[in-house]
Design a protein around this ligand. Sequence first.
Ligand SMILES: [Zn+2]
Length: 319
Amino acid sequence: MFARRLITHIKAIRPPAVAGITAALLCLTTLTGQAQMTIPEAAKVQKIIDGLHVVMGVGGNIAVSSGPDGVLMVDDDMPPVAGKIAAAIATITDKPVDMVFNTHWHFDHTGGNQYFGEQGALIIAHDNVRARMAVDQKSLLTNSVTKASPKVALPVVTFDNEISFHMNGQTIVAKHVKRPAHTDGDAILYFKEANVIHMGDNFFNRLYPVVDISAGGTADGMIAAMDAVIADANSDTVIIPGHGPVSDLAGLKAFRTMLDTVNQRIRSLVEQGKTADEVVALKPTAEYDAEWAWEFMPAERWTRLMYDSAVSAIAIENK
Ligand SMILES: [Zn+2]
């Protein structure tokens, strides 16, 4: 019901992109972890400290830094909820959004770029985010194509290694994840003084994660990205995942343990020459399924994704 309404809406606003958006809808209808997806009346706002909030709509979690120096938002959800995200930010600050930072190229983290870009926000991301958004992207996972974004939605400022923001009493450092992880253009943001880290989709809190193999990602890369954050964090660090509730070091370590265990298990089966069907039949994720599986990523789909990730990681190592 919701999906039909949304598709109608999307057809009205962006006819050339329907195929890609329909695929993305699959994520949209499931990334919230709810069986029956409905667009919420309002996006949720969670205060971390004064001037730093998390806004939750239907896509990736958004961090908002606001204060005397302006407004920076980290990720901006999907087009159908852009107005609701803007309304939620208006409950935090009466200032317009000056800058949007994208943690990676995925539609549920960059889908508001057009809306906020048209309102004058400066969009910033890693070089590979702009490169991917500028052309059609094929996804092996969803067997779909996400169409190239219009110019106004593309990052205007891009960086290679890291970029820092000095505003609202915070030093905010965005570091590119050098080894491809969730994608090949991931950034992790450190709000230094606040001791807050936004991990983008290298952290799914109590949800089996997406690994975008089509965009160069592997589970091994995600684990390496987590290890870097774990080394920098302490027991007081607030860690914002790409999806799921705001967490901490213990929550991140639980995710790492689950991902590493399943990754090693499936990789060893791949090395033994097992086919994907044979691995699925062995149910290598069984003890985690009740807690971590969800509508978009049920156990079998995730097992097959981890199989493909292991095959990809082995191919990269043998290059
Ligand atoms: Zn993602």
